[in-house]
Design a protein around this ligand. Structure first.
Ligand SMILES: [Zn+2]
Length: 94
């Protein structure tokens, strides 16, 4: 098996979930605890509840932005983020 390739595999949900979380929870100051550990835990929990959407790293920014702008996707991600924020803020892992 060959593991080293020039192109890597990217789950586009990662940048999309991070960005929506940043814009809707971090910048608005809507978190009780906004430490790095809580932020990562919230993003991980949301990502683990969503189907991944893989692409190659060559696909590029334009494709990710187009997906990011889809209202249905945004609402699915925001629903998972809302749940994740609730869970982690009630029981932070620290
Ligand atoms: Zn915290």
């Amino acid at each position: 098996m060959i593991f080293s390739r020039e192109l890597s595999i990217l789950n586009v949900m990662e940048p999309i979930v991070s960005r929506l979380f940043e814009d809707n929870y971090v910048k608005t100051g809507g978190l009780h605890c906004a430490c790095e550990k809580c932020q990562i835990d919230i993003i991980l929990l949301a990502l683990n509840h969503m189907p991944p959407h893989y692409t190659s790293s060559q696909t590029g920014e334009a494709y990710i932005k187009a997906l990011y702008m889809e209202p249905q996707l945004q609402s699915d991600v925001l629903r998972e983020l809302t749940n994740a924020v609730k869970v982690i803020q009630e029981r932070p892992n620290h």
